[in-house]
Structure formats: structure tokens, C-alpha cells
Design a protein around this ligand. Structure first.
Ligand code: HEM
Length: 420
């Protein structure tokens, strides 16, 4: 098996891993503290084999374990098998299937408000502004919180997620894995503050008979085979799973959409035209597909081998982590001619078949917020293109930087906005 490689390179998203994968034909092995034995894959046939592994052979991603400080031991990404299926089937109708006109309208209002707060005529970083707007959206979806009620949640949530998103968490995870250390005190304080808020909301809703057509309402109304409700701790873990899953990812994906379009004026013109003429959103949609391809905000996802599994001629032992490296997969020249070019037109005739585009992962653990994120991204793009004349703060591309488990534009997507 190929040689080990600095795990930091995996996180850096800087092309080191991509180079290794190209040299090794799409698969190499490594050992990382806290993770143990792992293989990194990008060859589409191998990715397909991983995603189609029979039931019980592959389990949830180790990233779920690393997110435990926030999502808790029973958060969706931590669960497996029947328990995972049960909880997912309660959440999916609210989060995946209800992505309808109402959501689009609510997102449109949010995007208009965000566009109105952009400074005019001087460079500013768009990413923080997108973060604020999208956190508001997820708190509304998850717990039906109005912007006024959200105020009390913002500081404790920011504090908890700031700690859990830092590099520190990877180091602490490795130390904890080695049995050396438990989670840290500042984190415990932040977590307790968030838990108090969530549990108070759970109590309030239970008293009101599990009201609400948001995610919390659905979780509180759910009953198991013995007609018992979900324990509060499990409900809490799903609330935090959604907040943590949504908080940075969509805003980062959207920051890349804008980072790319402002450097491709012909693309931006076409998005603006489509949006102004009310010609639907086929082109805006193609733009988001292409941005998620060239700059996937989550650059890899993983699975844990549960039973011996043969992959690419190698026998993987139970406990091995399989990491699918999206950035390399998305730049495969066999799937995408001239892969580095930002060309939304590729998507106008549909998506490539199979497993060539996976910014949201795949299989049983596919991102629960994928449809929601796509609607939010398209809508923000169309509204901003209609409301503002956007240009880059400088002509060169923004570098890719690893932050909070995501790849982000290094300068936070610095743009200049003028009124249209
Ligand atoms: C552009 C935006 C987003 C990206 C790129 C993204 C990416 C991902 C990826 C790669 C995974 C792992 C999938 C796998 O292991 O196969 C994941 C899981 C997940 N995501 Fe997202 N995500 C995004 C937005 C969201 C949003 C908006 C939410 C919530 C509203 C969300 C909630 C979740 C949850 C709960 C999981 C765990 C699913 C499970 O284990 O069953 N994500 N996401």
C-alpha cells in the first residue's frame, strides 16, 4: 500500500493529496493519530464500490465521532443501522421533502435582507454575512425560532461551534482516542449553555403537546414501536446535528459560488439576466453545481470498515477508515474535460451518471440538508445578482483555506458591491 502522508495535508486541501492520488492511480494508504489505518480514494470505480458496499460492511464516517462535542453521542452522523434509519426517517420529511415554494419565498426574503446590508463601493468579506443569514435560516427550520428569540441562542452557539470547529478539536480527538484527555473545560461551559436553551425549548414544546411543523416538532411527536417518545437527549443531539451540519457548510459553499462568479463576468451576466427576466433557475442551478464541483466546501467524507472488504485489490481490515477525496474526484479529467475550468454549461444537460459529483456524500448517510442547501444557494445567487453589481476585490483567485472542517475562500470572499 502507498506510503503514509501527513494527515495535515488531507485537511489542508492544498493539492498534496490530489498529487498523491494521481500518482497512485486513485488510492493510497496512511496512518493518522486518532484515525488509525486509513485509505484515501478518488478513483470513481473505487468510490462506487465503497458506496455500494453491502449493508453492514461500512459504517458511519469517523468525522461524526470528531463532531461528538457538538452533536453528542446520538447525533445522526454518529448513528448506525436501524437506529440511524429510524431517526433519519423522522427528520427527512421535514428537512428533505418539504423543500417547496414556502422555503424558496422565506429564503428569498432572507437573501434580500442580506443583500441590503452589504456595504456599497468598498471591498468587504461576504462569507461572514452569509453565515449570519444562514444560521438564522437553520434556527428557524430546526426550532421555529423567530429572529427575536434567536438572539439568546446566538452567543452560546457561536462559542460552542467556535471551539468545536477549531483545529484544537482534531488534536483533542486524537488525545482522547489515546485515552489521554477528556474534552476541555471552556467547551463544557459553552455546551452546557446551549443545552440549557435546547432543553428549555423541548420542555416548553412538550407542555404544548409537541406543537410546530419544524424539525423539533417532528422529533417530539415521533413514537417508537412501544409508543414511547424519543428521549430528550436524543432530540437534543438531532437539533445540534442540524445546526452544526448547516451552520458553516452552506455559507461556505455559497461563498465559493460568489468567489467564482465574480471572476467570470459572463457567467454573472447570464445569472443576472435569468433572474431579472424571471426565466426560472436552470442556469443558477448549473452555477451552484459547478461551484460545488470545483470548490467542494467539504473536501472529503469517510466510512469505517466493519467487515473485511476488498477494495482495488487490497483487503481492508475492520476498523480501517476509507476517505473519499472529493476535490480529486471532482477534478478527474476523464469525467470533466478541462477539470479546473469553471464552466456551468457542463450541467445544463444534467449531471454525470454515477458517483462523479458528491459534495453531499452519498448512500445512507447522504447529507440531510442537500436539497435545502441547493435551494438556498440558488436563491441567494439569483437575488444578489439581481440586487447588486458585484465584482471581485482583486482579479486573482482566492486561495483555498481549511477552516472549521470546511474549505473556504482564504479572504472570506472579498467583493465590491454597487447598487444596480
Ligand atoms: C453546501 C452545503 C452542504 C454540504 C457541502 C454538506 C456536506 C455534507 C457531507 C459531505 C456529509 C457527509 C455525507 C456522507 O458521509 O455520505 C453531510 C452530512 C450531513 N449534513 Fe450536510 N452539507 C451541507 C449542508 C447541510 C445542511 C444545510 C444541513 C442541515 C439543514 C446539513 C446536515 C447534515 C446532516 C444532519 C448530516 C449527517 C447525515 C447522516 O449521517 O445521516 N448539511 N453533509
Amino acid at each position: 500500500m502507498g506510503s503514509g502522508v501527513l494527515p495535515a495535508a488531507l485537511l489542508a486541501g492544498d493539492g498534496v493529496v490530489e498529487g498523491m492520488l494521481r500518482r497512485t492511480g486513485g488510492m493510497f494508504g496512511l496512518w493518522a493519530p486518532g484515525l488509525g489505518r486509513a485509505v484515501v480514494v478518488s478513483d470513481p470505480a473505487l468510490v462506487r464500490a465503497v458506496m455500494r458496499a453491502p449493508d453492514g460492511v461500512m459504517a458511519a464516517s469517523p468525522a461524526g465521532r470528531m463532531r461528538e462535542p457538538v452533536i453528542g453521542p446520538r447525533g445522526l452522523a454518529r448513528l448506525e443501522g436501524d437506529e440511524h434509519r429510524e431517526i433519519r426517517s423522522i427528520m427527512a420529511p421535514v428537512v428533505r421533502d418539504r423543500v417547496h415554494e414556502r422555503l424558496r419565498e422565506a429564503t428569498e426574503r432572507l437573501a434580500l435582507r442580506a443583500a441590503a446590508t452589504c456595504p456599497r463601493g468598498r471591498p468587504f468579506a461576504l462569507r461572514p454575512l452569509l453565515h449570519r443569514a444562514l444560521l438564522e435560516a437553520v434556527l428557524e427550520l430546526v426550532a421555529g425560532l423567530s429572529p427575536e428569540r434567536q438572539r439568546a441562542w446566538r452567543t452560546p452557539l457561536r462559542e460552542l461551534l467556535r471551539r468545536a470547529d477549531s483545529y484544537e478539536v482534531t488534536v483533542r480527538y486524537a488525545l482522547r482516542h489515546a485515552g489521554a484527555l477528556d474534552w476541555w473545560p471552556g467547551y463544557h461551559r459553552a455546551k452546557e449553555a446551549c443545552d440549557r436553551l435546547i432543553h428549555a425549548e423541548i420542555r416548553r414544546r412538550r407542555k404544548a403537546g409537541g406543537e410546530g411543523d419544524d424539525l423539533l416538532g417532528a422529533l417530539l411527536r415521533a413514537r417508537d414501536d412501544d409508543d414511547a417518545p424519543l428521549p430528550d437527549a436524543v432530540v437534543r443531539d438531532q437539533v445540534m446535528s442540524m445546526i452544526a451540519g448547516a451552520r458553516t457548510t452552506t455559507a461556505n459553499g455559497l461563498a465559493w459560488v460568489f468567489e467564482r462568479v465574480v471572476r467570470h463576468p459572463e457567467v454573472l451576466r447570464r445569472v443576472t439576466g435569468e433572474s431579472e427576466k424571471g426565466e426560472g433557475d436552470a442556469y443558477a442551478s448549473a452555477v451552484t453545481y459547478e461551484a460545488l464541483r470545483v470548490r467542494p466546501p467539504v473536501t472529503f467524507f469517510g466510512r469505517t470498515v466493519r467487515r473485511p472488504f476488498e477494495l482495488g485489490g487490497r483487503m481492508l481490515a475492520p476498523g480501517t477508515t476509507v476517505i473519499v477525496h472529493l476535490r480529486t474526484l471532482h477534478h478527474d479529467p476523464a469525467l470533466y474535460p478541462d477539470p479546473a475550468a469553471f464552466r456551468p454549461e457542463r450541467w445544463l444537460d444534467g449531471r454525470p451518471a454515477g458517483y462523479g459529483w458528491m459534495p453531499f456524500g452519498g448512500g445512507a448517510h447522504t447529507c440531510l440538508g442537500d436539497r435545502l442547501a441547493m435551494v438556498q444557494m440558488r436563491t441567494f445567487l439569483q437575488v444578489f445578482a439581481r440586487e447588486l453589481a458585484l465584482s471581485p476585490a482583486w482579479p486573482g483567485d482566492e486561495r483555498v483555506r481549511w477552516k472549521a472542517f470546511c474549505n473556504v475562500p482564504a479572504a472570506g470572499c472579498r467583493v465590491i458591491a454597487h447598487p444596480r
